[in-house]
Design a protein around this ligand. Structure first.
Ligand code: FNR
Length: 181
């Protein structure tokens, strides 16, 4: 019985390095995990008023996360924080009050940046919300991917073997983390 993992990507652009890394992580994951990207770009801004009669996008997103056994975040850093679109998805999943879809699902975060700092700020700000939402986050290895623009060729193929080896190790560790629950 494979564990289902919802993968949330914090960038919407077509050529996103984060999406490319997310696809690599999915490819490199061990057989015990079944990963699927859950799209977040069409979620209306969270609004408690419209949530009185929740739009289909909210319902669908919540159901997809609910059906997952774990959550893997792959996110850029925007102004030393996470992109608004990812925070919005986290907020949508956390409501209505008392019906959060996040609680107890083993999580992990990989931050991907063109900067050598590797999205450290976004990585840890995401962890702050996950403490409150009771998502047990994998601690080690930490996933900071810097210099993202140097890792892929024009066809989007990962050309850095050290990064591939690291991403493989990361997914092996995450599978162990998920299977320990
Ligand atoms: C950025 N970028 C960025 N990078 C970083 O390391 N720290 C930061 O605080 C920011 N801030 C920031 C704000 C905004 C609004 C944008 C659009 C970008 C650069 C970022 O790392 C780069 O655009 C990545 O390529 C974004 O990831 P994707 O879209 O390639 O997945």
């Amino acid at each position: 019985n494979k564990k289902k993992i919802a993968v949330l990507v914090g960038s919407l652009r077509k050529e996103s390095f984060n999406r490319k890394v997310a696809k690599q992580l999915i490819q490199l994951a061990p057989d015990s995990l079944e990963l699927e990207i859950v799209e977040i770009g069409k979620l209306p801004h969270y609004d408690e008023d419209i949530d009185q009669n929740p739009p289909a996008e909210y319902v669908d997103f919540r159901n997809k996360v609910k059906a997952a056994d774990g959550v893997l975040f792959v996110t850029p850093e925007y102004n030393r924080s996470i992109p608004g679109v990812l925070k919005n998805a986290i907020d949508v999943g956390s409501r209505p009050y008392g019906q959060s879809v996040w609680g107890g699902k083993p999580g992990a975060v990989v931050s991907v940046s063109v900067s050598p700092i590797g999205g450290f700020g976004a990585n840890h700000i995401l962890r702050q919300s996950m403490v409150f939402l009771d998502v047990p986050m994998m601690q080690q290895p930490e996933g900071y991917i810097g210099g993202a623009h140097t890792l892929f060729d024009e066809k989007g193929v990962l050309v850095n073997d050290d990064t591939r080896a690291f991403l493989k190790r990361y997914m092996d560790a995450y599978a162990s983390w998920v299977n320990s629950f």
